[in-house]
Design a protein around this ligand. Structure first.
Ligand code: NAD
Length: 363
């Protein structure tokens, strides 16, 4: 099993180093090779996604990615900015399905903006289509309005569109993920207003016939946004388009309280994927040894589950993270009165210790 390790910028190298140590502790036959990406790659090779890094990612079974970006690169022309590396990897690797779990660990319920009883034990998976929808539809642009009440005025427009194969493949990802979890999919649309999403609803309903063991419900996006804060535990897997998924996944992230805890995966049609924490490169705390490595460690667990077919190893990591939280260890972002504040390295040490069966002591 070949893994491309792309640490990136800011806290990326610190948090990825801990995830790599956790992966090594599993003693699986994993071949890991590291390459620069983002600002680090621009410094070394003059491009955020050099050919050698892209080749490594293409040859690997999965990519473990830290984060990219720093304010100091804001002056660069757009194609050379660190964030372009993510778009390039998505495009070249054909990553169309974004999976973002929102899990609220019982020990961290106080960090949520909702009442503890609404979020304790929350475990939602948002499956967002990543390459279509109004974000990429053509034509788009600015022009003089050709007709209507404001004919002759300057206007801007975008095009919302989805083809049948694009909807089918994301629906399959959602139904297959639901089979490994609570066996329920909520397809979020705006079929009452948008033709694109009436079509989305029709196609998801057709694909569902192949998954009789999974329950399917349809929900309008405005209602879904409401239900996410009213009764979030009623959801299992949510599948939706690019724009609705963009918004709902951030809303769901906030239910859990800390961005430092949230992993993510972006998959292609063969379950090859790129795994990364949901947060950015946090330049404000980079190099201080205080970043929370758990989102990256949990991304490594997702990688084992979705791309490397090692569900037991994924479970071992997730159980180890829970054990560390239960032992009261916290990085600054999730610290609260009565718990023990630790740094990035100590948090990694504790997860490794929990995996290898050593006791974690609360100092
Ligand atoms: P950010 O997610 O990097 O940071 C937001 C806040 O959360 C900061 O206060 C930061 O210290 C904190 N934070 C983030 N991750 C943390 C962790 N693991 N542990 C503890 N605290 C953590 O978002 P931002 O500040 O808006 O962006 C910073 C840079 O990251 C920008 O250059 C942006 O473009 C880039 N970015 C990259 C990605 C990515 O690589 N996928 C995603 C988002 C932003």
């Amino acid at each position: 099993m070949k893994i491309a390790i792309l640490p990136g910028d800011g806290i990326g190298p610190e948090i990825v180093a801990e995830a790599v140590r956790v992966l090594r502790a599993l003693e699986l036959p994993l071949e890991m090779e590291t390459a620069p990406v983002g600002g680090a790659a621009y410094e070394a090779h003059g491009h955020p996604l050099p050919e050698s890094t892209l080749k490594l990612a293409q040859a690997a079974d999965a990519v473990l990615f830290g984060a990219v970006g720093d304010w100091k690169y804001d002056r660069l022309e757009r194609p050379l900015r660190p964030e372009q590396a993510i778009l390039g990897l998505r495009k070249h690797l054909g990553l169309f399905a974004n999976l973002r779990p929102a899990i609220c660990y019982p020990q961290l319920t106080h960090a949520s903006s909702l009442k503890p009883e609404l979020v304790a034990g929350l475990d939602i998976l948002i499956v967002r289509e990543l390459t279509g929808d109004i974000y990429f539809g053509q034509p788009r642009g600015r022009r003089t309005a050709p007709d209507g009440a404001f004919a002759g005025a300057p206007e801007a427009f975008d095009t919302m569109r989805y083809s049948r194969p694009e909807i089918e493949r994301i629906a399959h990802v959602a139904f297959q993920a639901a089979r490994k979890r609570g066996k329920k999919v909520t397809s979020v649309d705006k079929a009452n207003v948008l033709e694109t999403f009436q079509f989305w609803k029709d196609v998801v309903t057709e694909v569902h016939v192949q998954y009789p063991d999974v329950q399917l419900e349809h929900m309008y996006v405005d209602n879904a946004a409401m239900q996410l804060v009213k009764a979030p535990k009623a959801f299992d897997v949510i599948v939706t388009g690019n724009m609705f998924g963009d918004i709902l996944s951030d809303e769901a992230a906030m239910l859990t309280g800390s961005i430092g805890m949230l992993p993510s995966a972006s998959l292609d049609a063969n379950n090859k994927g790129l795994y990364e924490p949901s947060h950015g490169s946090a330049p404000d705390i980079a190099g201080k040894g205080v970043a929370n490595p758990l989102a990256t460690i949990l991304s490594a667990a997702m990688m084992l589950r979705y791309s490397l077919a090692q569900p037991e190893a994924a479970d071992r990591i997730e159980r180890a993270v829970q054990a560390v939280l239960a032992a009261g260890l916290r990085t600054g972002d999730i610290w609260s009165e009565g718990t023990t504040r630790v740094g990035t390295r100590e948090m990694g040490d504790a997860v490794v210790a929990a995996i290898t069966g050593k006791t974690i002591t609360k100092s």
